[in-house]
Structure formats: C-alpha cells, structure tokens
Design a protein around this ligand. Structure first.
Ligand SMILES: Cc1cc2nc3c(=O)[nH]c(=O)nc-3n(C[C@H](O)[C@H](O)[C@H](O)COP(=O)(O)OP(=O)(O)OC[C@H]3O[C@@H](n4cnc5c(N)ncnc54)[C@H](O)[C@@H]3O)c2cc1C
Length: 359
C-alpha cells in the first residue's frame, strides 16, 4: 500500500493550486488524483471564463467586493492565461430588475469602472430592449493555458499526479488514523485528504454538511461575429444572457439565464454531466433580440458541466468559498472555490488551517 502525507482529490484549478500549496506548507509527499485523463478538464474548463470583478453580483455585496479585491491580483499572477485585449460591456435590459442608475450606483459603491458605452458599441444593442450599456473592466481566462502551467508547477513542486484515477474513501473514517482511499492502482493511506472534486464533492466518500445545489449547465460555443470579436457582453439583471471570449477554444461562449440550466437537484450521485438535447437554438434566438449581430451565428458546439453552488446562496447569487472540515475526522477538508478568482481566499484558508499534527 502506498503512503502519502497528503492526498488531493480532483485536478481542477483548485485541486492543482492546493496540491502545490500543501508542499509549501511542509507536506513532503503529496499526491493528486484526477479521474479524467488530463488536468482542468471539468468545471475549470467548462465555464464562462470570466475573471470576475464584482459586476455580476448586485445582490451580494460581499461577493462583489471579494471579486473586486482579487481581480487585479489574479490578472497579474495569471497574466499568461488572461485575455487583456478585450472590452467588456454590461447592458441593462429595459425589463431588468435594476435600472441603469441603480446599476451605475452599485458599481460606484464597489469601486469598479463603469461609464456609458461609446456610441459605436452602444449601437450593437436594440434600443427598445436595452436601457443603457456600460463600458466596464472584466476579462476572460484561458483554461488551457492555466492547465499547462498547473502541470508544470505540480512537477516543479514534486507532487505526484495520477490521471485516470477516480478515488473513493474507505467508509470507515477515523479521526486519529490515516485515511484509506481506494484508487484503480490499489489502496493508499493518506495523512490528510483535501477533497476538491467540485460537482462530486459529496460523492467521493467524504460526508459534507453544507447543502449543495447542482445544475446541469450548457454553454454554447460560437464563432463571434466580427463586431464583437474582442467584446464580452452581459445583459443584467434577469432572464438574459452573456457572451464572452472563450480563449481556450478561440471562440465565444454564450450562456442564458433561462436556457443554460437544464435541470437542478440537491441529492448526490450524478457527478458526471449526462448528454442532453441542446438548448443552443433558443439561447441564440433570444439573445439575438437584444444583440442583433448574433442573428446569423452558426454555433460550433455545446459544452456541459454540473454547476455546483451552495444552497445558502440560492437567493443572492453569492459565491463564497466552502472549506469544511469533516465532522468524522479533522484530517479531511472539503474545499470548493465557487469561482476562479476565489483562489486567494482558498489559499488563505488553507494557510490558516491547523495542520500541525499532520505535517
Ligand atoms: C457553467 C459554468 C459557468 C461558470 N462560469 C464561471 C466564470 O465565468 N468565472 C468563474 O470564475 N467561475 C465560473 N464557474 C465556476 C468555476 O468553473 C468553478 O468554481 C471552478 O472551475 C471549480 O474548480 P474546481 O477545481 O473546484 O472544479 P473542477 O475543475 O470541476 O475540478 C474537480 C475535479 O475533480 C475531479 N473528480 C471528481 N470526482 C473525482 C474522484 N472520485 N476521483 C478523482 N477525481 C475526481 C473531476 O474530474 C474534476 O476534474 C462556472 C461554472 C460552471 C459550471
């Protein structure tokens, strides 16, 4: 049986960063197990690639402020994977839950740039359906570039990475004994386990107390029309849409509040996104009403993922991190970053965690 000081379950963005940090914290033998054949293949790839800067969260001031606080730092630290040659518009629909003045005031409150969009961009929208559009500062990340660098950083930190390695904890969890974990290559004993499996958080054998909601989400990948090749657009606040550069595929993503979610559930047991019929046509049709340049777009493909959010943020759309020590054993920590820029909050929590007796 292999023995490791720390085992990280899940090779998404958070699992990779956490494994490197555990080495820095003094764990000698760190292993990361990922069930896919490569790193950052699941939610870390299948998402809207938005480096949040607060604009998305008018109903959760704390999430808006954390995003704003982490944004520039993320852009600097992960600059190799951030597309900076783009502009970002937030548009306010005439039927939005907030009006333009309220939205501008919210941006002022969190201290992010927000000024009226110049005429050549404002005219992209149907003036009957859009009350106002604002030029903002929000960028897109490239998950493939993040994955490439993560692999290098793990190798440099001498973290053992096992791919095609779905793991499951032994159901008997002891607070004082190493954790036994079954892997395809045989059992492992780990001094500590950090569970970073996102959509599968409560399916790897770690009991999780936080109530979690899952949503099967569809993102449509489209070739951007020339007029918006370097433009990201989000229409607030209600059943509208976002289209953003998706640098990992050199396309744009399109999501729609009404059509992106296919179904939602709270019970564990479906960590893989099953294939479903696409809502892409409905997304495009509705988005083109607001943004007519989308009318002639031929979509490339859809990508699906299980979006995982905390039930307690169901109403305010807040996206705080989850860092939960297992009730059965302080040796097991479940971590969910909720959005990419939350990495700093996760690392801070990891450093503050009491690992003393396990290092
Ligand atoms: C549709 C959608 C849109 C989003 N848009 C944005 C956005 O624009 N901006 C933003 O910041 N965030 C966004 N998010 C959230 C963001 O994608 C996630 O917070 C982030 O990617 C989570 O990273 P992770 O490493 O926790 O999860 P993942 O990248 O999913 O990594 C978890 C890994 O665990 C592995 N795993 C699961 N079970 C096992 C097992 N038993 N054994 C081994 N490995 C296992 C999985 O294969 C997976 O690779 C979005 C999410 C979705 C789904």
């Amino acid at each position: 049986m292999a023995n490791v000081d720390a085992l990280v379950i899940g090779g998404g963005f958070f699992g990779c960063e956490i494994a490197v940090e555990l080495r820095r914290l003094g764990f000698s033998k760190v292993m990361l197990c990922e069930r896919e054949p490569g790193l950052l293949r699941r939610a870390s790839y299948v998402n809207q690639a938005r480096v949040h800067n607060g604009y998305h969260y008018p109903r959760s001031l704390s999430t808006a402020e954390r995003s704003r606080a982490n944004f520039e730092r993320f852009v600097e630290d992960y600059g190799y994977a951030v597309r900076t040659d783009m502009v970002k518009l937030y548009a306010i629909a005439a039927t939005s839950r907030v009006n333009a003045a309220q939205y501008a005031s919210f941006c002022g409150k969190i201290g992010v740039p927000c000024r009226e969009a110049p005429a050549q961009l404002a005219r992209l929208f149907d003036p009957d359906l859009i009350e106002a559009s604002f030029l903002t500062r929000e960028l897109a990340f490239d998950a493939v570039a993040l994955a490439r660098t993560a692999a290098q950083r793990l190798a440099d930190a001498r973290v053992e990475v096992r791919l095609n390695a779905p793991v499951k904890l032994d159901p008997i969890i002891s607070a004082t004994q190493p954790i036994r974990v079954a892997t395809p290559a045989g059992a492992i004993e780990a001094g500590v386990v950090v569970n970073c499996s996102y959509a599968a958080l409560d399916e790897v054998g770690v009991p999780v107390r936080a109530r979690i909601k899952r949503e099967l989400a569809e993102m449509l990948l489209i070739p951007p029309p020339r007029d918006i090749a370097d433009v990201g657009i989000t229409v607030m606040d209600g059943p509208f849409f976002s289209t953003m550069p998706f640098p990992a595929a050199r396309l744009h993503s399109l999501s729609h509040v009404r059509y992106t979610p296919h179904e939602a559930w709270t019970e564990p047991g479906r960590g893989h996104a099953p294939p479903v019929r696409s809502n892409g046509e409905a997304m495009l049709r509705d988005a083109a009403r607001f943004l007519p340049v989308l009318a002639k777009v031929e979509p490339v493909r859809s990508i699906f993922e299980i979006k995982t959010v905390l039930m307690r943020n169901e109403d305010d759309d807040g996206r705080p991190i989850l860092a939960e020590t297992c009730a059965e054993s302080p040796r097991i920590l479940s971590v969910m970053g909720s959005k990419i820029d939350n990495i700093y909050d996760v690392l801070e929590t990891l450093r503050a965690h009491d690992w003393k007796e396990h290092v």
